[in-house]
Design a protein around this ligand. Sequence first.
Ligand code: HEM
Length: 458
Amino acid sequence: MSRYPEQIKFIYGSKDWDFAQMVVDIFKGVIPKSMLANKSGALVSYHRKAFAYAFSHAFLTLSASVFNSHFRILLQQWDARSRAGNEKEGAFIPALEGLELLGTDVMSQVMYGDSYNQLSSGKRHTMTKDFATILSTLTDGPFNVFISWVKRLNPAYRAANRRGIAYVVERVEKARQKIRGGGEIERVESMIDIIMRKEARDGEGRVMAEDELRDELSTFMFAGSDTSSSTQLWVLKFLSENPSVQERLHDDLIRALPLPDERAPTLDEITPEILPYLEAVVQECSRLAQTIPFTERQATCDTTLFGSNGETYFIPAGTQVFLLNGWATRHQGPDSESFRPERWLDEKGAYDGNRVWSISFGGGNRKCYGHKLALVFLRLFIAQLSLSHFVLPLPSHLKILLLALSASSRSKGLSHSASYSPSISIKWLFLPAPSLPPPSKNDIQLQLLSLVDCRLPL
Ligand code: HEM
């Protein structure tokens, strides 16, 4: 295990280290042609390049409008449930549920051009249920390759996998026909379209084999939806505990952005240059969230590592190491554990990303592939939420009650969010009844929320 910031920085930046076999082993049986199931090499580089347009300004703008429309539905639903709450007691709302549905809805629209529409319908899409069945076969630890193979013999897995393949094949075919049939090569509306456009432009047959495309899209869904909703829960927690941050943020946003009932902000309106404090809050939330508290790397050759006191360790080729990103983030100095967005701003109040070391998206050549998309998602979520809502901490007597509820729903298997994340247990919104006195700012329409803090000690 490596938990010292200097060591982690070194490992991420060194050619002596690559993605670890233990990660590959987890995913190889289910999505063999995806990044997550492969060490660095031709396949990973090719896939990273093939989808690169997804992080262009044009595609991020499109994704921003997908995020905005879904956030709007979620906030409207929270408002409605709050108004329907018990006059005296307020209302408990399972925040995680809505955020999970939102996560898979937005990813399905960005990837396939078709939202699962679960937020509006209130029902989980078959693909979401099938995906959970498929993910339940992933295992780590000793004999995991064999155990996962045995799990995949289950007819429920096979049926879910068949339906998943058919779903992607159908969408790929639809996109191919759209581009070929209508000559709409430049109208890219989804990640599938990106690949189909390249296919039509190059005119040299398939850009990516069907199984590669399918496995990579499944990876994006897996890697992008739970992580985003888990991080949103952390955002709710940090904001609720820091009313002064919310007030400053709200003041900035209300000055720079259109009012929520006019229209949603665009990608170009929420840049770090225009809204430095928003960016500082986004970065500080993801720095401290520990959504993925560790990453893994493997030595590709005999190498050495320096310890915290300058001692040198010999590391034989093949050694696998857990990098404790969460621990390292919180142990860089006396105040590295505190939530302080100002640390990202210079003396003049401008945002400066170089002032702080953050590894919430990993690092090196295998850094999170979707981090640009994730940041747009978080910027817009925090902006939309903070423009119109104020997040209140949960009263302590309710925390105890919710801890019990949270534990019991987990024991009944009701929760299947990012199980590797300590944020799993932060999942309730507290919505006071509308008749309760409003919080500090009178232009904020509604009191929201939150939550149970049960962070796992690292
Ligand atoms: C707040 C949300 C997110 C967080 C905190 C997060 C975090 C991470 C982390 C820590 C890694 C491991 C990186 C490493 O080993 O150095 C990772 C990998 C990855 N993430 Fe994300 N991620 C998020 C959202 C997304 C989204 C939206 C996508 C969609 C495309 C995505 C796609 C991926 C992929 C494909 C990998 C594997 C990269 C590789 O194997 O080379 N992530 N993510």
